[in-house]
Design a protein around this ligand. Structure first.
Ligand code: BTN
Length: 259
């Protein structure tokens, strides 16, 4: 394991290994053992990478960026889900600024380039009674050119494929961490997403597109109208009513189909 010290608290210590089971799991073990706020766990490959909703995240090929950051915010647990959007905003901003690709956000936390997914984010939290003990924000970026599995080929791409040239993963990681650190501090100050809302909505792949909201009670469709300052997606239904979507899966027509 190599320790790299960088300026700023986000990623001041980066624990980088060739392989981990999952950087989120590594960060959670470290969180349970009392590791510091801002420590980053990074792996070149993961043997058991995790995606959202219990899915696995294929991460056996080197050339991508897999990391998780351990956070100990003094906020109420019901605000922790906003950290996912803070990270999505940091990743999209870093891809736009550092690489120059027109990254967009598929609410709440996928990053797409030219309507294909280049990054997924998985945030997990641990409670201590009713208090938030820690959060882990895990980020998987498809950086290197690669063959995607048949079932995701039409939906996934990589930054190098989109750019048509090599990308420095270290530089990208630092660009993400720098932006995340600034966003996190603003978020803790106001405890909402008002500081990023306007730009997040500008970068929203779903904006003014037909979406299908999949909720446990059933599915409905409407026009996505952007996020609120607490991170919910506003969806205007055909009857003119505007729903606030807190959870569940939103699929964007033409982007991911209705899956
Ligand atoms: C998703 O889109 O379903 C979220 C994928 C999150 C993948 C990243 S890779 C780094 C971190 N470690 C994990 O096991 N998962 C996240």
């Amino acid at each position: 394991m190599v320790n790299e010290h960088k300026p700023g608290w986000a990623g001041k210590t980066i624990l980088h290994e060739a392989q981990m089971d999952s950087t989120n799991e590594e960060a959670k073990r470290a969180g349970n053992a009392g590791a510091d706020h801002g420590t980053v766990y990074r792996a070149d490959v993961q043997s058991a990478g995790k995606g959202r909703r219990g899915r696995s995240w294929y991460s056996h090929e080197a050339g991508n960026l897999y990391f998780s950051i351990l956070l100990r915010p003094a906020i109420s647990p019901d605000k922790a889900s906003m950290l996912t959007l803070v990270m999505a905003y940091a990743v999209a901003g870093a891809i736009r600024e550092y690489i120059g690709l027109p990254a967009q956000i598929k609410w709440p936390n996928d990053i797409v380039v030219n309507d294909k997914k280049v990054c997924g984010i998985l945030c997990e939290m641990k409670l201590d009674g009713t208090r938030l003990d820690y959060c882990v924000a895990g980020v998987g970026v498809n950086v290197g050119k690669q063959e995607f599995a048949e079932e995701i080929r039409s939906m996934a791409t990589s930054l190098e494929e989109q750019l048509g040239g090599p990308i420095d993963r270290e530089g990208l990681l630092q660009a993400i961490l720098g932006r995340f650190e600034r966003g996190y501090e603003e978020f803790l100050h106001c405890e909402d997403l008002s500081f990023l809302r306007e730009e997040y909505n500008e970068w929203l792949a779903n904006l003014n597109r037909q979406v299908r909201v999949l909720e446990p009670q059933g599915a409905y469709e409407g026009m996505s109208k952007g996020i609120t300052s607490t991170g919910e997606l506003l969806v205007e239904c055909p009857d003119g009513q505007v729903q606030k979507v807190y959870a569940g899966e939103v699929s964007v027509r033409g982007l991911y189909g209705y899956v």
